[in-house]
Design a protein around this ligand. Structure first.
Ligand code: PGA
Length: 265
């Protein structure tokens, strides 16, 4: 089965509704829909409606939330539920981004509850995993990723994985300008696939790479068949820069087998 090549923009705490609208207008003029390519946006929650309204007519664009609570409603001050973000146009949600884990103390178990709740509500979870520099230097990358995935395997049935995507984002590469080499990233993606196989997940779950992806390195990363797309923070904030990154990355072409081949030139 053919899979789309995914370019996902994580705006983090940038671009309120007005800036989101201005971004969308410029971005629409710079790009057009291409078959086999999906463009995803994760703006701050307050900008989901503005972005869905302005980009909503493009069949290749989907808008998502950066974080959601697993309960549909209740006494959770400051939290936003999945039905609420869906009401304003979100069709996807990030789960367990490293900034949620490391800056806000989100646990592996909470990420699993959010993943389960997203599937129950009919929104697509993009679950992020990745090791810190200390964990990597200590040779614990594999152990950390297996630990992060553990509660998610417990919360999901093997068949649920048909609607889940993963992102491998080494924490040491996020916002630092140091990206994993295509070989490093491909190796961890392989490891994740082995782990999925061990848990009898038969679907080919798409795995995105994230961490200092830019228009100069995106085509190299996507040339690896193990990497199904990219999750991009800093380099997704400017409409021209983001359009250029998508253009460069699209030099990697979808293969019918579900992987990607780089096209010369
Ligand atoms: P970055 O962020 O591209 O700025 O490194 C990626 C992310 O955190 O998703």
């Amino acid at each position: 089965m053919e899979r789309p090549l995914i370019f996902a923009a994580n705006w983090k705490m940038n671009h309120g509704p007005e800036e989101a609208r201005a971004f969308a207008q410029k971005f629409l003029a710079l790009t057009s829909a291409v078959e086999g390519r999906s463009l995803w946006f994760f703006p701050p929650a307050v900008s989901i409606a503005a972005l869905s309204e302005t980009l909503g007519n493009r069949p290749d664009v989907s808008v998502g939330a950066q974080n959601v609570h697993w309960e549909p409603k209740g006494a959770f001050t400051g939290a936003i539920s999945i039905p609420m973000v869906m009401e304003v146009g979100a069709r996807l949600t990030l789960v367990g981004h490293s900034e949620r884990r490391h800056l806000f103390g989100e646990t592996d178990e909470q990420a699993a509850r959010k993943t389960r709740a997203a599937l129950n509500a009919g929104i697509t979870p993009l679950v992020c995993v990745g090791e810190t520099l200390a964990e990597r230097d200590g040779g614990r990358t594999e152990q950390v990723i297996v630990r992060q995935l553990g509660p998610i395997f417990q919360a999901l049935q093997p068949g649920d994985w048909a609607k889940v995507l993963l992102a491998y984002e080494p924490v040491w590469a996020i916002g630092t300008g140091k990206n994993a080499t295509p070989d490093d990233a491909a190796q961890i993606h392989e490891l994740i696939r082995l782990e999925l196989g061990r848990r009898e997940v038969v679907q080919r779950v798409p795995i995105l790479y994230g961490g200092s992806v830019n228009s100069g390195n995106v085509a190299f990363l996507l040339s690896r068949p193990q990497i199904d797309g990219v999750l991009v923070g800093g380099a997704s904030l400017d409409p021209a820069g983001w359009a250029e990154l998508i253009e460069q990355g699209s030099r990697s072409k979808v293969r019918p087998s579900g992987g990607y081949d780089i096209i010369a030139g």
